[in-house]
Design a protein. Structure first.
Length: 223
């Protein structure tokens, strides 16, 4: 209930705030947030992912930021030595990623894509996902950052495509909230033989944020 009230009241305010270009800083990185692109400073989820990645050994690892928005996670991963790809369905976000990567002369492959639809076949060590999870149908490019579809179509498609793009020992790292349909989303992942492990739980105000590690081992039967 709190999340529904929050979505109805706060999301419109955030959208209004983002009618102008803004900025965001994480450690030594200061990026531009284009109008109409998800602002990483409004939720704790981006910082949680960044802090976790900072403790990983990413040198020469292939990292994908799926639904990258501003590309802040991609930029941070390049500083840790990773070979990075960033994608987003929103053309404004793609332009935003390119702008920020050019500012820091970061070598990031940028792809406009609805999940993996526009990718050539390849595999990644880490796939980082800060997904939309409000169960409404997006009506614009910008709303894909918020809404996963009334039937959770985003997750259905994601989990169907994900295994083909993960290395044998690869993993996806995904942030979810206690106020989203966690059980339903987990069950959707398990239907595609994906293993689901909660690796971090952080309370922020009235909700918990969960960092989920997803792996793919088809020989393992998941209950």
């Amino acid at each position: 209930m709190i999340k529904k009230v929050f979505a109805r009241s706060v999301i419109p305010l955030v959208k209004w705030y983002l009618t102008k270009d803004r900025s965001f800083r994480y450690k030594q990185l200061k990026i531009k947030v284009f109008s109409g692109v998800f602002h990483p400073g409004f939720y704790f989820s981006t910082k949680l992912l960044l802090d976790y990645l900072g403790n990983l050994y990413l040198t020469r690892k292939k990292v994908l930021e799926l639904g990258a928005g501003t590309g802040i996670i991609s930029l941070f991963a390049t500083r840790l030595g990773a070979n990075v790809t960033a994608s987003d369905i929103n053309p404004k976000a793609v332009a935003n990623i390119c702008h920020n990567s050019q500012k820091y002369k970061a070598n990031i492959e940028v792809i406009q894509s609805d999940l993996f639809d526009s990718f050539v076949q390849q595999t990644f060590d880490y796939i980082v996902i800060n997904p939309p999870y409000y169960p409404q149908n997006p009506k614009s490019d910008e709303e894909y950052a918020w809404y996963c579809g009334e039937d959770f179509g985003y997750f259905s498609k994601l989990f169907q495509q994900l295994p083909a793009f993960m290395k044998h020992n690869g993993q996806a790292l995904m942030i979810l909230s206690s106020d989203c349909a966690l059980d339903q989303i987990r069950q959707m992942a398990q239907k595609h033989h994906l293993q689901w492990q909660e690796i971090k739980k952080v309370r922020v105000w009235w909700e918990h944020n969960y960092l989920i590690k997803i792996t793919h081992h088809p020989s393992i039967n998941t209950p």
